[in-house]
Design a protein around this ligand. Sequence first.
Ligand SMILES: [Zn+2]
Length: 394
Amino acid sequence: MFRKISADYIYPVSTTKIEKGVVVVDNNGKVLEIGQRNQYNASELEIFEGVIVPGMVNTHCHLELSHMKGKIPTGTGLLTFIGNVVKERNADESWIQHCIEEADQYMLDSGIVAVGDISNKSDTFLTKENSKIRYYTFIENFDFMQEGRTHSDFEMYKKVYDLLQESAHLKKSMVPHASYSVSKELFALINGLNQNPNLTISIHNQETPPENELFISGEGQFNDFYERFNLSLNNFKPTGKSAIHYVLENLSPHHKTLFVHNTLTTREDIEAAHNELQQVYWATCPNANLYIENRLPDYRAFIDKDAKMTIGTDSLTSNWQLSILEEMKTILKYQSYIDFEQVLKWATLNGAEALGWDSEIGSIEVNKTPGIVLIENVGTDKTLLPNSTSRRIA
Ligand SMILES: [Zn+2]
């Protein structure tokens, strides 16, 4: 049986929107045909109010932290936030599993079809194996620049990496956590393991002002942060340049690179990354940025530089929900010069490309199985409203 699904508008993303469009899918959700209502008998159509978009891609999540929803105060800045996460992370094993499964189901129901997910542990692997969502798991490494810890830390994360079995819906890579937490030696070990050129490497980037300060002058709040955890910065030498330059000097340039957050990233930083790396994607997590630091990236700079933007939710430690629709609403609310179709592309096709699944998902095209998502309660001009909702219908 085929389903012939129609709504006020269909946004295929790869082509322009279709008024009163129809998308024909088979039992597995594979797109067979795209047309308009006047080509079909009205009786064979399922007609919805609202707009139809392809399944959404969440390029930055920490599913394993789902049990910490509502536990961490907002507005503290990144360094206090990290300290709180470390303190609150432990919980009952069955409660952790329950929250992971619930978060996976929530993402599926709200129309997310693929996730780029950070893992420090293997807690999420069973849920991912059984999920209808595609997961790109980024096994995250850090040694906090401590000499003598690098190899044992790497071996610990390598064990987690080895536990995840890849399949058509599950991919993995070893990734560095952030500029300020990964030594040159650890970057080299990570690069050594990521031999496959088709991999995507994700890294947290320029999320808080002290990060650039540390690299430029060696001063600032990171010194207190390291001290609080009894860590020494003796092995660290400031570079005199913003934090992203340290990453560009140490990360293999041959993979797709996914920079996450980028709230302090400048036009010069974007240019440097575009010059040094082969394929660069920039994940924005606006609700997490508002939760932790109460600031947003300079989106205009990214648009002016033709940067490939994607969208992430970050984790339930720093967000009220794992919804790409809510992230889109926030971007549109604060940045009126960005329109729905532009931000929809960030949320779908760009994310699919960043994770290497764009031949199967990311746009409504014949032979893709993108997931068909209905957005309801849209404005008369088909824009998002505060009470717009999204759900998977095929
Ligand atoms: Zn994160």
